[in-house]
Design a protein around this ligand. Sequence first.
Ligand SMILES: *Cc1c(COP(=O)(O)O)cnc(C)c1O
Length: 227
Amino acid sequence: MVETQAMDGAALRLEAVRRRMTEAAREAGRDPAEVTLIAVSKTFGPEAIEPVIAAGQTVFGENRVQEANAKWPALRAKHPSVTLHLIGPLQSNKVRDAVALGDAIHTVDREKIARMIAEEQGRTGRALELFVEINTGSEPQKAGVDPRDAVSFVSRCRDEFGLRIEGLMCIPPFDETPAPHFALLRKLAREAGVAGLSMGMSADFEMAIAYGATHVRVGTAIFGERA
Ligand SMILES: *Cc1c(COP(=O)(O)O)cnc(C)c1O
């Protein structure tokens, strides 16, 4: 009984997020189909994820490679159409697992990681959708390429490492209004010649869509609060 209610809850919340995304896109004069919803399932187990898949969601996001590796191989064997985006900080000793498991990595943020992804893709024949993370607030403790280096880093990823960079990603400083960060990411993406913009979370995905987001990463608004 409790489980049934939880399932209904997740499906309803997913539907509400989708509706809000569609409205935000229309208001911005954009085609809602241009925006991909990534359902961020970090900390949640298969029993919470299954109902969201059953409700039609196919794109999921995870923060930690190790956690993703523990739950997604089984889920994907059951649901082959599901794709998995890795959105958390990537350590070099996790690159092999990340390339084997993921369909996309949103956090290419330094040369060493770019080189290792290229090597691993070459070795396995896989080609992931890649985003370069930009530290739009230039926060010293935060991962990501400094905005001033964004264009040259994307060029190097392409020219030197042969990576297919689809877009840029950011996590704005949590204590600031996100709009200027979304605007900066959009400007940098134009300058770097990439189309994808991975930005917007539960609290601000509508604003991100107004600023051109192509991928929003939404956890809490779908799965509920994390423990
Ligand atoms: C957890 C996480 C999200 C989702 O955050 P919510 O506020 O729960 O929607 C989005 N992006 C990244 C990088 C995350 O780690």
